[in-house]
Write a protein that binds this ligand. Structure first.
Ligand code: TYD
Length: 128
């Protein structure tokens, strides 16, 4: 999704409003940065979570797998975000040294919401 971008000769500003720019109430914000070289993150799905992912600095690859197809999104712009709604297996690869990945989430952190085993994830997608 393209984000409302207010740029002028002083610089850039992006504003995100819950339930307006993005279609959910934001209950949690976290960001990933200072990633080590060649690191890969994620490798889980969520049972019930909406997320909006913005690479506010640098670049990385964000993979979404729906159980039959893997799609790689190259995140390289602070003016765009990836909206995730549904049970997708997530992986993050190819972080640039300066990457800062900001995630807005619809729920508080809950370990119970995670599916960390790929076979369990496949079973879940087939039960839906
Ligand atoms: P982890 O799920 O391994 O990160 P990634 O999805 O990028 O691979 O999370 C790393 C640690 O941070 C883990 O101990 C759980 C903790 N954590 C929280 O406490 N709250 C959060 O909102 C998140 C996303 C993680």
């Amino acid at each position: 999704m393209k984000l409302p971008h207010y740029g002028d000769d002083r610089g850039s500003l992006v504003a995100i409003e819950a339930n307006e720019t993005i279609p959910f109430e934001v209950k949690r914000i976290y960001y990933i940065f200072d990633t080590e070289k060649e690191v890969q993150r994620g490798f889980h799905a969520h049972k019930n979570l909406k997320q909006f992912v913005i690479c506010v600095k640098g670049t990385c690859d964000f993979i979404l797998d729906d159980g039959s197809e893997r799609t790689t999104f190259k995140l390289d712009s602070a003016k765009e975000g990836l909206f995730i709604d549904g049970v997708y297996w997530r992986e993050m690869h190819n972080f640039s040294d300066d990457c800062v990945l900001l995630v807005l989430a619809s729920e508080h952190y809950s370990k119970e919401d995670y599916i960390t085993n790929y076979e369990d994830f496949l079973l879940q997608t087939r039960n839906i």
